[in-house]
Design a protein around this ligand. Structure first.
Ligand SMILES: [Zn+2]
Length: 248
């Protein structure tokens, strides 16, 4: 059976093969052994099994193991510019690693989680095309990706009602990172900050319009990441590529 999949991670296996986690269009994660996936051989063929690429794969399942294997695949879409810029490669790794971490192999309900594929494919597509024109705004793209991921995971903060008194948050509110919500101006004298705008706008901003999204500094994007790891209950250092995104 042929299936379109996006490469989330890859590990060398023996001399020439690769073991990859991939995401299919329904948003389910699978592990595939690509025979000869490292390229090379007599003709020194370069590998087209690369992080972020979309492949059309002829899959073969095995009775002995849950792993799928493939000897035949074609590139459906591949990024052209991301490898030329180290920052964009870090962003690609970050997108793929996060989705690899939060996606599941068995889906109870396809609809509930299907948007992970389009979220990831869109993020990579715009990253690649913006690099080509040398105009990419990394933190806007990374923060929009994070916000949408948080939304799909069902851990989005409530920006309609105050955490404390349940009153309306019509003019924004003070963000409480640990509690995962906002407090209104009656309950909290802190000035209205950027987080309200951020979460409010992220739902309606499309990737193609990502430049109109809220302008954030690195430390603010890091706060959104902290919110994500706390709400999703994972250790920060489990997401290795975050080190590159938030350092320097
Ligand atoms: Zn209140």
């Amino acid at each position: 059976m042929h299936e379109k999949v996006l490469i989330l991670s890859k590990k060398n296996f023996q001399d020439r093969h690769l073991i990859c986690n991939v995401l299919n269009e329904k948003g389910a994660k699978k592990t595939i052994l690509f025979y000869g996936g490292q390229g090379g051989g007599k003709n020194h063929k370069p590998s087209n099994v690369q992080l972020g690429n979309v492949l059309n794969v002829l899959m073969k399942s095995s009775k002995k193991s849950s792993m799928i294997s493939s000897k035949e695949w074609k590139v459906h879409w591949s990024h052209q510019n991301i490898d030329k810029n180290y920052k964009s490669f870090f962003a690609l790794s970050f997108f793929c690693e996060l989705v690899d971490h939060v996606s599941l192999e068995d889906l109870l309900d396809d609809k509930e989680i299907g948007d992970f594929y389009s979220l990831l494919a869109n993020s990579i597509f715009y990253l690649d095309s913006e690099i080509e024109h040398q105009v990419v705004d990394f933190y806007k793209l990374v923060s929009l990706f994070l916000a949408k991921l948080i939304f799909y995971l069902g851990i989005y903060p409530d920006f309609e009602n105050c955490l404390n008194c349940s009153g309306p948050l019509s003019k924004g509110g003070a963000f409480k990172l640990l509690e995962g919500g906002f407090e209104c101006s009656n309950c909290n004298s802190l000035k209205i900050r950027w987080e309200y705008d951020f979460f409010f706008k992220a739902l309606t901003t499309k990737f193609k319009d990502y430049r109109d999204f809220v302008e954030l500094e690195q430390k603010q994007v890091k706060q959104i990441f902290t919110y994500f790891v706390q709400q999703f209950q994972i250790a920060k250092d489990q997401i290795k590529s975050s080190e590159f995104i938030f350092s320097g």
